[in-house]
Design a protein around this ligand. Sequence first.
Ligand SMILES: *Cc1c(COP(=O)(O)O)cnc(C)c1O
Length: 401
Amino acid sequence: MPTSPELIATADAHSAHNYHPLPVVVSSAEGAWMTDVEGRRYLDMLAGYSALNFGHGNPRLIAAARAQLDRLTLTSRAFHHDRFADFCVQLADLCGMEAVLPMNTGAEAVETAVKTARKWGYRIKGVPDGQARIVVAADNFHGRTTTIVSFSTDPEARADYGPYTPGFEVVPYGDLAALEAAVDDNTVAVLLEPIQGEAGVLVPPPGYLAGVRELTRARNVLFVLDEIQSGLGRTGRTFAAEHEGVVPDMYVLGKALGGGVVPVSAVVSSREVLGVFRPGEHGSTFGGNPLACAVALEVLAMLRTGEFQERAAELGEHLHQELAALTADGKVTGVRGRGLWAGVDIDPALGTGREISERLMAEGVLVKDTHGSTIRIAPPLTISKEDLDWGLGRLRDILAG
Ligand SMILES: *Cc1c(COP(=O)(O)O)cnc(C)c1O
């Protein structure tokens, strides 16, 4: 059996270096715990950026996947299959919406939202051909496709990928007046994350999302919320925007929708909005496949009970209390987030986010840095309070030096 360092060296020699993973090679996992090839155990405090909200190897999700694997995995959308209708009904119902357009990855769903909004703009709103504009926020993260990085403000994500897709206007996040000034008659959508994850778990000022809701309604503009990372329980509610009592015109979902088993994403909206598509105008070979639908249906059944949202709220309150205590001696300079999700700014004198992450790894806790000296904490919603406290204890030890 090759060792972790050998596997890392081989991977480095034979793969594009578009990631800089922590030097751990995981070979199995259960619940909130991962095990590397040497048998060392690590507490997963990242949960695949919320793709693993229900933990590794969740028995309900694995059973649903297994049962479906034995029956039917793929038809393509050339034919109907027997899990599709139920998936669409249940997902639309969870969202309080009418219709679903399934894709696979988050970026594909964001692309789908962009295409939907533009088509709605031309066909329903009456925007002159080629003039549709979409307003987005600075420091956004919506994925990695050519069009999506065209409206990124992160040089690492964007540089060298031009020419860029036009039709996007970037305004500061959380600034309602700037957003209002950017909306004109050709604006078809405002696309936002209700909490900016990649930017460091930035929560907008109170009233911002409600203000955007009011503005977009008044100006006949679609309000599109990218809840790919923030949605499906993470913040203590099904959707992060619920904390502000806001319902968008369109949800963009992904990550946890696939239960950490398969990639499943979707755009969920009204019949009027998704009704703009006719056969052949958009699609995906794997989008809405039987295996994806079976796993997502189990995810939706689990979310319907409300227990995961409740758990995220309860444990989240505890998490934020514990993190607030760490700010007392100045070693943690800022904490943001909601529910079981936190961006933690460490005093730069103690190390970069990467260095802190590596030190935590040596103590058996896996997190990921974002920018500068910020680390992101987002354990599976199924984590026990004892494990969460153990992980936070390791952070406390490291900061104590
Ligand atoms: C992860 C993420 C995406 C992109 O999803 P992929 O599945 O990686 O393409 C888009 N938006 C947000 C908010 C995300 O967190």
